[in-house]
Design a protein around this ligand. Structure first.
Ligand code: NAD
Length: 663
């Protein structure tokens, strides 16, 4: 039995104190806030946690009771700082300390992994040195070598300071060791069986978890603890308390944190892009592009929020003054889609925070690691931990969040889910913003450069495998260029084949949803059964993670492929007589997100677009959004507005002042 028994939070805090004493000695000892941020880092931590200050404080109390930590003030500084006392408290040398630190921060690892990961803390000349040190730790029952698991070449080592009752006999049977469980909650990491270790030791079952898998390989990336209703309530309570303080800060303070978040995203772009590519199947290049573009959006939101927040005088006379001020809504729930996790998330979160709201952010279950990473970076940038919190889970968690008592729900996702969210929000009489699907149309006129137009439309249709709400999903082509356009479009479509998301040379990755290829096949089969012809693609292997670029002709609006959102690389091309017929078909949809026209003639294009019943229209462009203009969907494509000044204004409530001077 190890000489001390630590809780998971105590081990995390102790590991962080040791790590930071060696990697950032100038900033050591650590304040409570720096220590919390160190605990919640998403890099070099397994499981990833989301501790609040109270959790870290309680862990420090425990460590002090074990004489493993101390606090004090540095001369001239106001904040209390914390340091570890492991060298004396555990009587370890530098090599032992380094390995214990990495084992506490990252869970069971092989000696090879430990050598690499402990390099920043201590220089081991050879693997044999690491193994000698581990043997010494084992002799003192500070660590134990686990049995090898099937398929593993090497055995892993486990530290025993924070694992109750784990003598070497208690080491788990090989097949009982699960993938690491990330707790997004301090609460879970706290009690007895820490999230990352519970299953490992066959202890009591942990919280409900979400499995995050790589859609390209099927590999399990992580298990993440799901927030249940009690946790959502607790997070909401903390968010409410923190929101008032956040809103009371001068705008510049909120802006500084948001701009620091922007910069942090830039600094961590490679890691963020890799996480997103691995869990969503998006190409690493597309993920990088999205992150760069979202940085510009943060800049824009921060620059434009003050104008929206500024009070306005409506009437000024001797008899009466009428004034409007703008107040934050309170706690905003943002329930996100996975396809553009940075855009979709930050289009809500950044203006909400800029306006003084707190945000409970539920990333899509298909982009949870990206969401956790985003929030971690925000906290490291100075956004208070209770002001922006992650809610982890899938549909039921989202439903619980909607009915938890938040003040506004911003939802992005499918029409079916959006409808359920709207019904629930109506029950609670809270406002909703819904950004839903699209069946976006493009009309190609007879006056275009055919090859250039075909390439542009193909990009709008097949970029990111067509998994964009505003991707072109149906194309109407003027009869005068029909044959040439079809040939050119099929040729352009072949360039958008699926590939390895992590290979920068891939035009596309794989589809995020495992069920999507089957759904696309159903649409294609329905079209074929009703008379459509497949010119490209149209078939995938059972169980495939992707679907080939697919082009259909002889389609009509009786087919699901021309009516329902495909959200994949399947396009129907339809020949039209003239602009009027094209317009009638473009508007013949339950959706109303975007419409595009390709033509050399601006006047003709603007006349056409003015008559389209969609929230966004494009001339010689498609599949794009911009922070400077409002984004809104009509009919089944949504309710409310995001982006642009109108989007920022969604996050404030007006207050009308009627001020009559006494006579
Ligand atoms: P989805 O509807 O399956 O899920 C969206 C989110 O809702 C997820 O976080 C999910 O966990 C949550 N959820 C599921 N059931 C819920 C419930 N009952 N209550 C509350 N939340 C619940 O959609 P998706 O597959 O993640 O996203 C793809 C869809 O999003 C497409 O239709 C796409 O067009 C749309 N989208 C629209 C825009 C836009 O700006 N209009 C942008 C991106 C994506």
């Amino acid at each position: 039995m190890a000489p001390v028994q630590l809780s998971a939070a105590e081990a995390r805090v102790l590991g962080c104190l040791i790590e930071k004493s060696l990697t950032t000695p100038d900033a050591y000892p650590l304040s409570l806030n720096s220590l919390r941020l160190a605990c919640n880092q998403t890099t070099n931590r397994d499981p990833v946690v989301s501790y609040d200050e109270a959790t870290v404080d309680a862990a420090l109390d425990g460590l002090r009771a074990h004489q493993l930590a101390a606090r004090g003030k540095t001369y001239g500084e106001r904040a209390i700082k914390h340091r570890h006392l492991v060298d004396d408290g555990l009587n370890v040398d530098a090599a032992e300390r380094a390995l214990l630190c990495v084992l506490m921060l990252r869970g069971p690892q092989t000696s090879g992994e430990l050598k690499t990961r402990a390099e920043r803390l201590h220089s081991f000349a050879a693997l044999a040195d690491v193994e000698d040190t581990l043997d010494r730790l084992a002799t003192r029952e500070f660590a134990v070598r686990l049995d090898r698991r099937p398929g593993q070449k090497e055995s892993r080592w486990l530290e025993l300071l924070s694992v109750p009752g784990a003598g070497s006999e208690a080491a788990p049977a090989p097949d009982r060791a699960p993938a690491p469980v990330d707790s997004a909650h301090g609460e879970h990491g706290e009690h007895g069986a820490p999230a990352g270790h519970a299953g490992l030791l066959g202890a009591a079952a942990g919280p409900q978890t979400l499995e995050i898998t790589n859609p390209a390989t099927g590999a399990l990336l992580r298990e993440v603890a799901v927030d249940d209703e009690t946790e959502i309530e607790a997070k909401l309570r903390r968010a409410r308390a923190a929101q008032a303080r956040w809103a009371a800060l001068p705008y510049e303070r909120r802006a500084a944190a948001l701009l620091a978040w922007r910069d942090q995203l830039g600094a961590d772009i490679e890691e963020c892009a890799r996480i997103t590519a691995e869990e969503t199947g998006k190409t690493i290049g597309a993920a990088r592009n999205e992150i760069r573009a979202v940085q510009d959006r943060i800049t824009w939101f921060v620059a434009h929020a003050p104008a929206v927040l500024a009070p306005r005088t409506a009437t000024q006379s001797d008899a009466i003054e009428e004034r409007i001020t703008y107040e934050p809504r309170g706690v905003v729930a943002h329930i996100s889609a996975w396809n553009y996790p940075y855009f979709v998330g930050l289009n809500s979160i950044v203006p909400a925070l800029a306006c003084g709201n707190a945000v409970l952010y539920k990333p899509s279950e298909l982009a949870t690691l990206t969401g956790l990473q985003l929030v971690d970076l925000a906290h490291r940038s100075g956004v208070p931990v209770d002001v922006l919190q992650t809610i982890v889970g899938s549909g039921p968690t989202g439903a619980a969040l909607v009915s938890s008592g938040v003040d506004l729900v911003c939802f992005t996702g499918s029409v079916a889910t959006g409808r359920r969210v709207a019904v629930s929000a109506a029950e609670h009489l809270i406002p909703v913003q819904l950004e839903l699907g699209g069946k976006d149309a493009a009309y190609v006129c007879d006056d275009v450069d055919v090859d250039a137009a075909a390439e542009a439309v193909a990009e709008g249709a097949f970029y990111h495998g067509g998994q964009s709400c505003c991707a072109v999903e149906r194309v109407y082509v003027h009869q005068a260029i029909w044959e040439r356009f079809v040939t050119s479009f099929v040729a352009a479509a072949t360039h958008w084949a699926p590939g390895d998301p992590l290979d920068a040379a891939s035009a596309n990755g794989v589809l995020a949803r495992a069920q999507q290829p089957e759904l696309l096949q159903e649409q294609v089969d329905d079209a074929i059964a009703k008379g459509a012809r497949v010119l490209l693609g149209g078939m995938c292997e059972p169980g495939a993670a992707s679907y080939p670029p697919t082009v259909l002709v002889d389609v009509d609006h009786s087919m699901t492929v021309m009516r329902d959102e495909s959200f994949g690389p399947v396009i129907g091309l339809m020949r039209v007589r003239d602009d009027d017929e094209a317009l009638a078909l473009v508007d013949d949809s339950s959706y109303g997100l975007t419409a595009a026209i390709f033509s050399r003639d601006r006047e003709r294009a603007e006349a056409f677009l003015a008559r389209c019943d969609t929230g966004t229209v494009y001339w010689n462009a498609s599949d794009r959004t911009s922070v400077t203009v409002p984004w809104s969907g009509r009919r089944a494509s949504g309710l409310g507005v995001s982006m642009g000044e109108a989007g920022i204004a969604s996050f404030v409530r007006p207050k009308a002042w009627h001020l009559r001077p006494s006579s």
